[in-house]
Design a protein. Structure first.
Length: 441
């Protein structure tokens, strides 16, 4: 090697489909940079990521072959110690890099099991874990036959997508054809599209996500986020609330469930974002993602409990457990240790002309209110876009209920001004002030 600098490869931290990745991923990247020198591997030139990078490489195309070749070039010049990847579309290619360079990380088969919901369901069912009744179908005709046997409601899901893309609840026979079309149309750059889609029993109950690590097969949780889901029939995540020392972090039933689920998937090393629903039959693992959580959850964990998920993820990527007692900040926050985020979403398609947001000091608990798009941006509701957000709000509370109540109040103070699209055309129509709860006439 011409340069003996040791680095951690960070793949695709700036890749976020068509939206600015900085609000979602900067906190994670900053934490990783505090742990080790980073070499960023991106599909575009660095922008906001540059201050955190010891160096960078650009992948000429978004393929596994191109990514592996680029990372080999970095490894020929530097001492590459590990790989970290937060992007859904690059998780499997990044796993190929791990295997090719002989680095610590999740095995290819385990990453595939996390990406492929059909495979993951089968492995967890075979391991004796409670799972929803499920199958897959290739046509609307097959779906009609399945629902005759399963009954309603059911949930349709693409086999490999994230962010609730293409996930839809079906309440009756009249919705089957349209729902099938919605799920089969969903896609994400770089993620494999299978010929069949998942059909699952609908599970009632609250849902949480748990960000944790697996090192040498041992699972460790760090952040629990309580989800807020948008209007049916879709399952768009519109917010999260994180509390320091959440009971789920030490719940023996939850921890045993997650340990067994990771083992069933063959996931023995890496960071994961697990989703668990509490049903009348007990907790059920909905899915496990082989990456840290998105939606600013790492930042919420820092604000609520001093958990530096990026710092932890860097250590895990290097093949080590974070030193005991250092996963949390030494400077714990005084006062409320519950922090939540609310994403403001449009209720109809529009072109943004302006956004009005509350300011810190005007409302109790408001930490930050920030836009996610600029004037001129086009916002479309599901199923056209599952992450059509124009702003976010972060607030503290004395507990989850108080925090959620404050976020409700803050959301009512937000205004979105836009030109609504004509029903039968793609061109904008009349100028209207639009709020997250509807159009003001």
């Amino acid at each position: 090697m011409s340069d003996e600098t040791s680095v951690l490869l960070v793949i695709g931290i700036g890749s976020q489909k068509d939206r600015d990745s900085r609000p979602y991923r900067e906190h994670l990247l900053a934490g990783a940079a505090r742990a080790y020198p980073l070499w960023l591997v991106e599909t575009d030139e660095l922008t906001w990521q540059a201050p955190y990078a010891a160096g960078s490489s650009i992948v000429p195309e978004r393929t596994t072959e191109a990514l592996v070749a680029t990372c080999r070039e970095v490894a020929a010049r530097h001492d590459v110690k590990g790989v970290m990847c937060p992007d859904e579309g690059l998780l499997l290619p990044a796993a190929h890099v791990v295997a090719d360079l002989g680095l610590p990380g999740a095995a290819l088969d385990s990453v595939r099991a996390c990406r492929d919901k059909k495979r993951g369901r089968r492995l967890m069912t075979d391991a004796g874990l409670l799972q929803p009744r499920h199958t897959s179908v290739r046509s609307a005709e097959e779906l009609h036959a399945v629902t005759e046997k399963y009954g309603f409601p059911v949930v349709l899901k693409p086999r490999a997508l994230g962010a609730s893309s293409g996930v839809i609840k079906v309440e009756g026979p009249a919705q089957v054809d349209d729902a099938f079309a919605v799920t089969t149309a969903a896609h994400y750059p770089g993620i494999e599209e299978y010929p069949d889609i998942m059909v699952e029993e609908f599970l009632e109950g609250p849902e949480i996500s748990i960000d944790g690590s697996v090192v040498d097969g041992a699972y460790e949780p760090y952040i629990v986020a309580h989800k807020r889901i948008g209007p049916e029939p879709f399952f768009v995540e519109t917010g999260h609330v994180v509390t320091a020392e959440d009971p789920a972090l030490s719940d023996p039933q939850v921890l045993d469930l997650l340990q067994r689920a990771h083992k069933a998937l063959g996931f023995h090393h890496g960071m994961t974002h697990a989703e668990v629903k509490f049903t009348a039959r007990g907790p059920v693992v909905i899915e496990i993602n082989g990456r840290p959580g998105g939606d600013l959850i790492p930042r919420l964990g820092w604000l609520a409990a001093g958990v530096d998920l990026g710092w932890i993820a860097a250590h895990v990527a290097l093949g080590a457990c974070p030193p005991k007692g250092t996963a949390r900040s030494t400077a714990r926050h005084e006062g409320p240790h519950t922090v939540g985020i609310r994403f403001c979403c449009p209720t109809e398609d529009c072109t943004v002309t302006g956004i009005g947001l509350p300011r810190p000091g005007e409302y109790d608990g408001l930490v930050e209110a920030a836009p996610l798009v600029a004037a001129g941006a086009e916002l479309r509701c599901p199923p056209a876009d599952y992450v059509s957000r124009f702003a976010y709000l972060i607030a503290t509370g004395t507990d989850r209920a108080d925090c959620s109540s404050r976020l409700d109040e803050l959301e009512r103070a937000v205004t979105l001004h836009g030109r609504a699209f004509e029903p039968d055309a793609s061109t904008p129509g009349t100028t209207l002030p639009i709020t997250p709860t509807g159009v003001i006439t």
